[in-house]
Ligand binder design. Structure first.
Ligand SMILES: NC(=O)c1ccc[n+]([C@@H]2O[C@H](COP(=O)([O-])OP(=O)(O)OC[C@H]3O[C@@H](n4cnc5c(N)ncnc54)[C@H](OP(=O)(O)O)[C@@H]3O)[C@@H](O)[C@H]2O)c1
Length: 380
């Protein structure tokens, strides 16, 4: 089957065009063919929702290992209105598509481990055909520049170490210039923490010894229920897991060093929260010099000035104000010697699909906020 004639390609393209009507930039000719990997997962579902309203991305294929040929609306009933007839694609269809269009936007929401090899394989197809896709990987596979660091944390060798140099890992707000063709999204907990940690380190406000307590919702664990993540276990309960030993801590330290040049140490205790979406992180550190809360808030506000998605508040940030949006809220307080920065973000949007689309906007030279400006519903 030719890639451009795939069932999913044709039907989703029409649905996305339909969904994009009313956007100023929305002519189909100007849109970039878009591919989602990891099709039936939670993050993929959020990517599909965002792409349906994006004026420059045109969904052409959704790869699914487990459900090729099945209707997308059966897996994501909330998306039936925008993708009524779309079906999941098989790998050979995606390979053919990526080789047939000059440039495709590829958003990878597959698990870490398989992602490295899947992306490498698709890039080889593109290289052989002379096409130039842009990838944003939301898995952990391209976050470390060093394959040894990856192997230490993930306990297996990296699947495509030669590709690591082609990816940059950072929160978009922290990097003014990008020098690689592809991006690795830092992830949900990491994004929420880094929004607090990076300015504290970069502005020299704190000693580089950080203590973070974070609480995440159940969608952070993906669609497959396990004993520790299943709804009856989490409902009306709160508990820590992997305290001081979570895999995201070394990733955060590595990204913070890339962006700020400061080698910090991070003591991170994650918790499982009794809600579906959102992350709340509290970052504490010793101040480099005595500062009031108002001074820290003013410095953070100055740091994020002009950034559309990060708001620095006077009052404590609340999950409901950001859930299901690409916005993140921060606030800070001090007792003169220690600072506490509270940050909230949605794990599936800013912490995954939204942050990835924000990076894709930048990779194509568009306004980073394109398709992402909708505010949070407020009551979820
Ligand atoms: N959930 C979050 O809040 C969050 C936040 C940031 C980053 N992430 C990262 O984003 C990725 C997706 O997370 P998720 O929560 O959406 O996970 P998920 O709900 O478990 O979905 C992952 C999907 O990947 C596909 N998949 C499974 N095994 C695969 C394999 N061997 N090769 C290729 N695809 C495979 C499956 O879809 P098909 O069978 O349809 O292919 C599966 O539904 C993960 O790497 C995760 O670490 C998640």
């Amino acid at each position: 089957m030719s890639a451009t004639a795939t069932t999913s390609g044709g039907t989703t393209a029409n649905a996305a065009q339909e969904a994009g009507r009313g956007h100023a930039a929305g002519s189909s000719a100007a849109r970039v063919p878009t591919i989602v990997l990891g099709g039936t997962g939670y993050v993929a579902g959020e990517l599909l929702r965002l792409i349906a309203g994006h004026p420059k991305l045109e969904l052409r294929a959704i790869l699914s290992d487990s459900k090729p040929g099945e209707r997308v609306s059966a897996q994501f009933p909330h998306l039936a209105a925008v993708y009524p007839d779309a079906t999941f694609a098989a790998l050979d269809e995606v390979q053919a598509l990526i080789a047939s269009v000059p440039s495709a936007a590829v958003l990878c929401a597959a698990p870490h481990g398989p992602s490295a090899e899947l992306i490498d394989r698709l890039l080889k197809h593109a290289e052989a055909a002379g096409t130039r896709p842009r990838f944003v990987d939301i898995s952990a596979d391209y976050r470390f520049a060093d394959p040894e660091a990856y192997a230490r944390v993930y306990k297996h060798a990296h699947g495509a170490p030669a590709r690591l140099a082609d990816f940059t890992c950072a929160v978009p707000e922290h990097l003014a210039e990008l020098h690689t063709p592809h991006v690795a999204h830092p992830g949900c907990f990491a994004t929420t923490m880094l929004l607090a940690i990076v300015p504290l380190l970069q502005l020299g406000l704190v000693e580089p010894e950080l203590y973070v307590s974070g609480v995440t919702g159940s969608t952070g664990s993906g669609r497959t229920p396990t004993a520790g993540t299943h709804h009856p276990q989490r409902h009306s309960d709160l508990y820590s897991y992997n305290a001081l030993a979570h895999r995201h801590a070394p990733e955060v330290v590595a990204v913070a060093k890339t962006v700020t040049g400061v080698e910090a140490s991070l003591n991170f205790v994650p918790h499982s929260g009794p809600f579906a979406r959102g992350i709340h992180a509290t970052t504490q550190a010793r101040l480099a010099r005595p500062m009031t809360a108002a001074e820290v808030v003013a410095r953070l506000r100055e740091y994020y000035a002009g950034q559309p998605f990060v708001k620095v508040l006077d009052a404590a940030p609340r999950l409901k104000d950001v859930v299901a949006s690409n916005y993140a809220h921060l606030s800070a307080t001090t007792n003169g010697r220690t600072v506490a920065v509270m940050s909230v973000a949605d794990n599936l949007t800013k912490g995954a699909a939204g942050g990835a689309v924000q990076w894709m906007n930048r990779l194509y030279g568009w306004d980073q906020a394109l398709g992402l400006a909708a505010p949070a519903p407020g009551w979820t």
